[in-house]
Design a protein around this ligand. Structure first.
Ligand code: CA2
Length: 149
């Protein structure tokens, strides 16, 4: 059995579905998790799905993915725009990293146009709501398949 793809979500994403549905959609994080599990299972892989409001906890999980995961999908939320510490952890993770966002940060305020995470990610999926997570898992599974050839 191959190692799971870690799917990590950053701060405030636990509020998904409860506020700002015009930006982030009506689905809750539990709905997103169910979609991710279904997509992973269709691709023949498994996921570890976690959310935290705490930078250090996200970093602990990124470090865990180094030994326990096959790839990492991360929606860093606000930390993507601020956290050099998360970038440093991602640079050391040693497995493929795919960044994802529900909204399209490039079409929003200027401070959202860049993320530190992008510097460590193979690619980014943005703007498709919950489907961004599913597409990111698909991309990550593809990168794992490529690496094992
Ligand atoms: O579009 C995304 O997924 C973001 O990562 C979401 C972050 C934002 O800072 C990024 O620029 C783009 C914000 C997450 C906040 O999530 C909420 C969800 C529901 C209600 C309030 C906040």
């Amino acid at each position: 059995m191959s190692k799971p793809i870690y799917v990590l979500s950053g701060p405030n994403l636990n509020l998904l579905g409860a506020r700002e549905p015009e930006i982030y959609g009506h689905q809750t994080l539990e709905d997103v998790q169910r979609l991710c599990e279904a997509r992973a299972s269709a691709l023949g892989c498994s996921i570890v799905f976690r959310q935290s409001n705490h930078e250090g906890e996200l970093i602990d999980w990124i470090q865990e993915a180094r030994t326990e995961g096959s790839a990492l999908v991360i929606n860093p939320a606000g930390y993507g725009h601020t956290s050099v510490a998360i970038l440093d952890a991602l640079k050391a993770v040693g497995v493929p990293v795919v960044e994802c966002h529900l909204s399209n940060p490039a079409s929003r305020e200027a401070f959202r146009h860049q993320t530190y995470v992008s510097l460590a990610a193979t690619g980014t999926v943005s703007g498709f709501g919950a489907a961004s997570y599913e597409l990111a898992i698909e991309a990550a599974a593809g990168l794992v398949g490529e690496a094992s050839k």
